[in-house]
Design a protein around this ligand. Structure first.
Ligand code: PLP
Length: 370
């Protein structure tokens, strides 16, 4: 085996993959002096709206802000409890805290996503909403979430930051509740050259509030209607996102292809548990933001891979949110606790080629077999 060097994520490739096009998009906006809330932003919002077939798509500063604004526009506030999985980015939980609500952590299931059965036991009189996190580009079993939300009269605000284009029973992630959120952080499936985010909704009243909140509470008439934020999506980022978005189907197809190679080559190893392959379950259309596996002897495997040129990471630095002691959110989450000892991410991004994935798989096999 000839040694390869495979970084976990190839940041320069974000620009290199189509250098001329991105340079032109940036220069065009700059030459016009189009920096804040200009045509590029509205054009990008329109593209997003068409792609997801939703009534409203609103660009905001980043994914975390998208969550804060979505919660607030959905009427979630002081003292309300919001159910959220512990296996998520701290941003999901922080957003709940930022609107004055109380995050209530829920265990995850074998799919690493919020467990619809554990959730029921954590509902109280104060519970107002569920925040399912469509983690790794995979959708939660939304039938179960909708069933619970209907029965207990809870709102759904989706953290779909990792799931642009992902579907459950042919319905896009982000379209199940009051609002859905996206992040365009560089390493996300649609990554810009800095921070960026968006909110989608089919509800006019939610959209109206989000429009106000993202620009200091100001309406189109220039009057201030409420206290808002400076939470706008930067116009140059929007110009870049328009160009990236044109290739988005190709990006997703490539990720799904790479995932199928991982699945094919690793499926017989008893020491690791893989996410479902792209065509394993018709209910879910996965976009593979991440390829998260569970591995025996995780640290030793990672060291072995690193020695042989392959970088892996642990999502969220290897912690579930309940494990951050300073946040005081620890509760009994047996399955999250168990998988936190085994979960890890293999490289998954559009700069990789099939031969890279084959090299990674051969390494993993060599580690466990020898
Ligand atoms: C990326 C991400 C966010 C938001 O991230 P930003 O960096 O604020 O854009 C929120 N939740 C999850 C699960 C994420 O992966």
């Amino acid at each position: 085996m000839i040694k390869k060097e495979i970084p976990f994520f190839n940041y320069p490739s974000l620009y290199d993959e189509n250098e001329e096009v991105y340079s032109k998009a940036i220069l065009t906006a700059c030459k016009k002096g189009a920096y804040i809330m200009q045509q590029e932003l509205f054009d990008f919002e329109n593209e997003l709206k068409k792609y997801l077939n939703v009534k409203h798509a609103i660009g905001v500063a980043d994914g975390t802000t998208a969550l804060v604004l979505s919660l607030r526009a959905s009427g979630i506030g002081s003292g309300d409890e919001v159910l959220v999985p512990s296996h998520t980015f701290v941003a999901s939980v922080a957003a709940i805290n930022h609107v004055g609500a109380v995050p209530v952590l829920v265990d995850c299931g074998k799919d690493h996503l919020i467990d619809g059965n554990d959730l029921i036991h954590r509902i109280t009189k104060k519970t107002k909403a569920i925040m399912p996190v469509q983690l790794n580009g995979r959708t939660v079993n939304m039938d179960k979430i909708i069933e619970v939300s209907t029965k207990y009269n809870l709102k759904i605000v989706e953290d779909s930051c990792q799931a642009l284009g992902s579907k459950y029973k042919n319905r896009f992630a982000g379209t199940f509740g009051e609002a859905g959120t996206f992040s365009f952080y560089p390493s996300k499936t649609l990554g810009c050259f800095g921070d960026g985010g968006a909110i989608i909704t089919n509800k006019d009243d939610v959209a109206e509030l989000v429009h106000l909140y993202r620009d200091h509470g100001r309406g189109e008439d220039g009057k201030v209607w409420t206290y808002g934020y400076n939470a706008r999506l930067d116009n140059i980022q929007a110009a870049i996102l328009i160009e990236k978005f044109k290739q988005y189907e190709n990006f997703i197809n490539k990720r799904r292809k790479l995932a199928s190679v991982y699945n094919e080559k690793l499926k017989d190893l008893s020491q690791i548990i893989l996410p479902p392959g792209p065509n394993e379950n018709d209910d879910h259309f996965d976009i593979y933001q991440n390829y998260e596996i569970e591995a025996e002897n995780r640290e030793e495997l990672r060291n072995y891979m690193e020695k042989n040129g392959v970088k892996t990471i642990l999502q969220w630095g290897g912690y579930m949110v309940h494990q951050f002691e300073k946040l005081n959110l620890n509760t009994d989450l047996p399955f999250s606790e168990e998988i936190s000892k085994k979960f890890m991410l293999l490289p998954m991004n559009t700069s990789l080629e099939i031969e890279d994935i084959e090299y990674i798989c051969d390494l993993i096999k060599k580690y466990y077999v020898s």
